[in-house]
Every structure is written in C-alpha cells, then in structure tokens.
Design a binder for this molecule. Sequence first.
Ligand SMILES: [Zn+2]
Ligand SMILES: [Zn+2]
Length: 119
Amino acid sequence: MQYKDRPLCTECKTKPKAYAYKRYGRVYWRSRCDTCIRKRAGKRVGGVTALQRSGYKKHRKCELCGFKAQDKAQLDVLFVDGDMRNTVSTNLKTVCANCQRLGSTRRLGWRVGHLVADD
Ligand SMILES: [Zn+2]
Ligand SMILES: [Zn+2]
C-alpha cells in the first residue's frame, strides 16, 4: 500500500506513520511510526534486549558458513526458534549477514533439537 500523502511520525519525524485503519474511504494513521511504537512498547530497537541481558557473546565467525568476520558488526545473532526472548544457549547462533538474510527467507533447516550447546 502506498499513500503519497502519508504523514510523518510525530516523534522521530523521519519515518512515515504506521497504518492504523481505513474507514469510509479515509485512512487513519497512528501518531508514530512502527519503530517508535515498538520502542514505546519496550520491544527490540535500542534499549536492553533479552539477548543483551543473557550476556551472549557472538562468535568470531559465522556458525553456518564459517565466514570469518573482521568486525563484529558483520555478524548477527540468530534465534533458532524465532523467539527473541528465548535466550537459552541452544537457541542462539552467530551468523553472518548473508546467512541471516537467507534465514529470513527460508528457514535454515535448523531445529532446536539438532543443536548442541557450545560449552
Ligand atoms: Zn518514529
Ligand atoms: Zn554465514
């Protein structure tokens, strides 16, 4: 859905407002964008995530393809079961940006039961 007169988020003023609902041909927007709404709700985006609380340290290389990162920013943490609050060590895998991308389009074929803890 594209609306050319989509208003900007009142909070960050950079992203378009989130779609709320449509009624009698009129589109209603929420006052903030998705990111700001999520921040408000205390989910992901900044702040302390369940992952950070868990103290998980990324590996130096991708656990899927073996890609060796020069910078940690090239690696992401994958939640095997897709639940970002599930931070047990068997649910966390260090993957490179490439594999992360793949994982979101087709599930990596990892099953929780197949995983062995690292330590
Ligand atoms: Zn915003
Ligand atoms: Zn990889």
